[in-house]
Design a protein around this ligand. Structure first.
Ligand code: AMP
Ligand code: ZN
Length: 456
């Protein structure tokens, strides 16, 4: 298996430290608002990676944290006049609902920062004791000049590291690039007692401490969106390596590219932020998931107005092949086809894997003998399982179509008109409407339960 490693800048052969226990840590959401479709991208990408790893190794410990201490959370709580817990519980629950709709399995561990204060304080203490961090004015700061490899992950030199630091340098910092491990809280801010006074942890130390607590000092894979490389991952790496006497922190750093909307960065000021829950009103979660897998995870992904309809059509084809195999039982214990697995094991090449999946559906349509049809069904289901697709009942997928989701009002009106025409036994009108709908790519069928439609 190969994975692109941000640390080495190339595709490396993946060999876990312990083949009996692969460890993976992915930075999870800061829970102060609903997840947008960009937030869903790393969740889906690393869900697929965990599936591929689980198929290959006997045990995978996958950690995705919930950041429930953060100044944006504090601001949201102040605005609503509630405890931060109200905010974080609400949006953590919403995150789980949204991801479940996209077929994302729960990670093995989902630590919350508020449940790891002792571990965070312990790690800060070790960094202070070893001279890698210093206390100043109620803060504890990481001494970046004391770590020779600082900048290695993000490939930044001294100058760009400084440019990345805050423009206005706090007076208590020894160097502009030093970052906060602990900061003081005012009376009205959430805070925890510490040897440096009442305060709260910085964002970076939270992940270092939770990764150590659940996975140990050196982990196999660390993931997240590429915006996290600097400063978040650079700083996590510095803290963990220094707290562990120079031992490597993560052996493979894996970063997904960004998702843009109509070629623009999603932003509140442009007003083009697409929330997962809004998209779920337009299309089934499986279609949204498929869109996210159409681009290679390292490439940017452009979300445009037609991606959901295209993904729905593709799923019509795949579920159509499965529906035609409804009368056979899939061959038991048949592994996913080698070409399909090879694509995913080649740095998670999902576009290639999807191309193989469509080939499998064409093969399935051509299969005639009972054995060949049973094998084709097994192949489709096993490949689909690795991508987190096609695990539903084909009838349910097509029932979604009946709900007319994603259809234009004009097409919906034509469907309704045809139902009315048939009720009035106006067969000529019914046929005319069927042809007109077919020209629009909507195929209608009449069953004993009434009119059904699917995309051509
Ligand atoms: P946050 O809650 O902002 O820390 O983000 C959670 C995860 O979503 C991180 O791994 C980010 O890198 C990732 N992320 C945020 N925006 C996007 C985007 N537009 N495209 C892809 N990933 C994103
Ligand atoms: Zn993190």
């Amino acid at each position: 298996m190969h994975l692109h490693n941000t640390l080495t800048g190339r595709k490396d052969v993946f060999t876990p430290l312990d083949p009996n226990r692969v460890t993976m840590y992915v930075c999870g959401p800061t829970v102060y608002s609903y997840a947008h479709i960009g937030n869903a991208r790393p969740a889906v990408v690393f869900d697929v990676l965990s599936r591929v790893l689980r198929a290959r190794y006997p045990r995978v410990d996958y950690v995705r944290n919930i950041t429930d201490i953060d100044d944006k959370i504090n601001a949201a709580a102040v605005k609503e006049g509630v405890d931060i817990r109200v905010i974080t519980d609400r949006y953590a629950a919403a995150y789980h609902e949204d991801l479940a709709a996209l077929g994302v399995a729960r990670p093995d561990f989902e630590p919350r920062v508020t449940e790891h204060l002792p571990q965070i304080l312990d790690m800060i203490g070790r960094l202070v004791d070893s001279g890698h961090a210093y206390a100043a004015e109620g803060h504890v700061l990481f001494h970046t000049r004391g770590f020779a490899d600082y900048g290695q992950l993000s490939k930044r030199d001294e100058q760009s590291l400084m440019a990345g630091a805050r423009v206005e340098v706090a007076p208590y910092k020894r160097h502009a690039g030093d970052f906060v491990l602990w900061k003081p809280s005012s009376e009205d801010q959430p805070g925890w007692d510490s040897p440096w006074g009442r305060g709260r942890p910085g964002w970076h130390i939270e992940c270092s401490a939770m990764a150590e607590a659940l996975l140990g000092e050196t982990i196999d894979i660390h993931g997240g969106g590429h915006d996290l490389i600097f400063p978040h991952h650079e700083n996590e790496n510095a803290q963990s390596v220094c707290a562990h006497g120079g031992k490597a922190f993560a052996r493979y750093w894996v970063h997904n590219g960004f998702l843009n909307v109509n070629s623009e960065k999603m932003s509140k000021s442009i007003g083009n932020v697409l929330l997962v829950r809004k998209l779920l009103e337009q299309a089934p979660g499986e279609a949204i998931r498929l869109v996210l897998l159409t681009a290679h995870y390292r490439q940017p992904l452009d979300w445009t107005d037609d991606v959901l309809a295209e993904a729905s059509k593709k799923l019509d084809r795949l579920y159509g092949a499965l529906r035609d195999l409804a009368d056979v039982t899939a061959t038991p214990n048949r592994p996913a086809p080698a070409a399909f697995v090879a694509a995913l094991e080649d740095d998670l090449n999902t576009p290639q894997a999807l191309a193989v999946l469509f080939e499998l559906s064409r093969d399935a349509n051509k299969a005639t003998t009972p054995d060949a049809r049973a094998a084709a069904k097994a192949d489709l289901l096993a490949a689909g399982r690795l991508l987190g697709l096609l695990q539903g009942d084909p009838a349910d997928w097509f029932a979604h179509g009946d709900a007319a989701e994603g259809l234009s009002p004009a097409l919906e009106a034509m469907l309704a008109e045809r139902v009315a025409a048939r009720a009035a036994r106006d067969w000529a009108a019914s046929d005319r409407l069927r042809d007109a709908l077919a020209a629009e790519g909507i195929l209608v069928e009449d069953s004993k339960d009434g009119q059904r439609w699917r995309r051509a």
